[in-house]
Design a protein around this ligand. Structure first.
Ligand code: UN1
Length: 509
């Protein structure tokens, strides 16, 4: 493993990428310094970002919406098309910022930008498909139908691990729906946010859309809370931990706002005795160790049939031993750093607790490269074999820590699978169609994402993304998730010349 880049090398990379996409990064403004998880040291700061308070941002957005909501949706789509073009043009620069701030390996950072380009394509098509239904009225000479209107100001709160894509899923859809967006990005990824916002601002100027249809507010938890509490924000779409959702959901509900929550997962793959173990192995390793275990869809539990568990664990351990952990910018690296020390401590504590609760360590967990970069947290992805689903297994640990459990009959596998508080992503590896169908049926997996013969992570944008239980119930991205960003009006039109009342009510004076 070769050396980690120095702070000035990282700064150079950031400045070059910034220059190529026309973004200014220099003297501090509102943000002390930006730390890269790659070597743990501060490497830059932002200027040129306007510091706005939430009240001002909401006021500007409310004024912009007066105009924006009257622009026909297919024309609103033109803005998103331009954003998609700019993202394609600057794919590698945005990916560089993602790697620098979130520590993603290049291929995954590029994949994140690809999701952004894809959602723009999707949203452009959607701009001509915001369909309302027409229903049969029970009254003669009447028409019953629904129309969809822009909802208003949408507050988007995102976390460090998908510092750009989650914003784009919300923003591309919200913009074609006629809403204005105020984005509160993770404090850990301000450059990525600043660059994405700058590209959208360029698109806004080029297509002549109202300037404040999109704004970014850099700030900490206080800024997030103000956005959440602001009565002028119609929808809060928040991605992060279950604790964050617990704080956000009730506050938004208390002011009768809408919220779309995308919170923690405790995702599992069932590996049946008939599974193709080569597929299962690939799916599990990418799911559990990819993105250094820092996706909300990361695989946290493998529930493996007792007849194949020994073989699979052996193969997993051998594969884990070959995972290249290190500088995410270097070709060949598969696992980058954890985001910060707290993430490493949480992982170590969880491993300790798992072993106290009867687990045995199969592989991994040791810290790497700490001599070279004492403030960076690289870790070998870990596997712990558990005899049962104990308290620690039922918690989400946001790190590359995979618990392996075994089962003997399929009902038991489903029972173990669903017996956690979270409900985001799930998968089964099986060659038995009946098992696959059962897993997707009403008494199968209770998650929002249910996959067959692929892993839990890496969902495509075309489907609705989100999950149940403590995952928060929200759906964003594809399918009909756009409905959360609009308000529905039911219209009844009478062309009969009479005034019959519904339900046959008589009221003649
Ligand atoms: C997240 O980790 O917050 O399914 C989102 C996936 C990605 C999105 C993850 N498309 O892994």
């Amino acid at each position: 493993m070769s050396g980690l880049p120095t702070a000035s090398e990282l700064e150079r990379l950031a400045c070059d990428a910034a220059e190529r996409c026309g973004v200014t990064l220099s003297a501090p403004l509102g943000i002390a310094s930006i730390r890269s998880p790659i070597n743990g040291s501060p490497f830059g700061s932002i200027s040129g970002a306007e510091v706005v308070d939430i009240d001002t941002a909401v006021e500007r957005a409310r004024r912009a919406i007066e105009e924006w909501r009257l622009v026909p949706a297919p024309l609103r789509g033109a803005l998103v098309r331009r954003l998609g073009d700019l993202l394609s043009e600057h794919k590698s620069e945005i990916a560089t910022f993602i790697s620098l701030e979130a520590g993603k390996i290049t291929s995954e950072a590029l994949g994140e930008v690809q999701e952004m380009i894809d959602i723009c394509d999707f949203a452009v098509g959607l701009s001509r498909q915001l369909y309302g239904r027409t229903m049969s009225s029970e009254r003669p000479g009447h028409r019953l139908m629904e129309t969809w209107h822009p909802l208003g100001v949408v507050g988007v709160i995102t976390s460090f691990n998908f510092p750009a894509a989650v914003w784009s899923w919300n923003t591309a859809i919200a913009l074609v729906c006629g809403d204005c967006v105020i984005w509160k990005p993770s404090e850990l990824a301000p450059i990525t946010a600043h660059a994405c916002a700058a590209l959208l601002e360029r698109a806004i100027a080029e297509v002549g859309a109202p300037r404040y249809v999109s704004q970014v507010v850099l700030g900490g938890a206080d800024a997030g809370q103000e956005l959440v509490d602001h009565p002028g924000v119609a929808l809060i779409s928040a991605t992060g931990s279950t604790n964050m959702g617990r704080a956000v959901g009730p506050r938004v509900a208390a002011r009768f706002g809408r919220s779309l929550l995308e919170l923690g997962g405790n995702n599992a793959s069932i590996v049946a005795s008939s599974a193709n173990l080569d597929l299962a192995l690939r799916g599990i390793v990418f799911g559990a160790a990819g993105t250094a275990g820092q996706r909300c869809t990361t695989l946290r539990r493998a529930i493996v049939h007792e007849s194949v568990v020994e073989t699979l664990v052996e193969r997993l351990a051998a594969t884990y031993g070959r995972l290249v952990v290190g500088n995410p910018l270097q070709p060949g690296t598969l696992v980058g750093p954890l985001i910060h020390e707290a993430a490493f401590t949480t992982m170590s504590n969880a491993m300790g607790a798992a072993q106290e609760q009867g687990g045995s360590l199969v592989v991994g967990g040791e810290r790497l490269l700490h001599d070279e970069a004492p403030d960076a947290y690289y870790v070998r992805p870990a596997i712990v074999r558990m005899a049962s689903q104990t308290e620690i297994v039922r918690k989400e640990t946001f790190a590359p820590l995979l618990y392996v459990l075994s089962y003997s009959d399929f009902d038991e596998a489903i029972q173990i699978h669903n017996d956690v508080p979270q409900g985001l992503s799930s998968s089964i590896f099986t060659s038995d169609q009946a098992e696959a169908e059962r897993f997707m049926s009403a008494d199968g997996s209770d998650c929002g994402l249910i996959n067959v013969n692929i892993g839990t992570s890496g969902a495509e944008i075309g489907g609705a993304f989100g999950g149940e239980k403590e995952t928060g119930g929200g759906r964003e991205s594809g399918s009909d998730a756009w409905r959360s960003y609009m308000r529905r009006a039911t219209n009844t039109v009478n062309f009969s010349g009479e005034l019959p009342l519904a339900q046959g009510v008589e009221f003649t004076v």
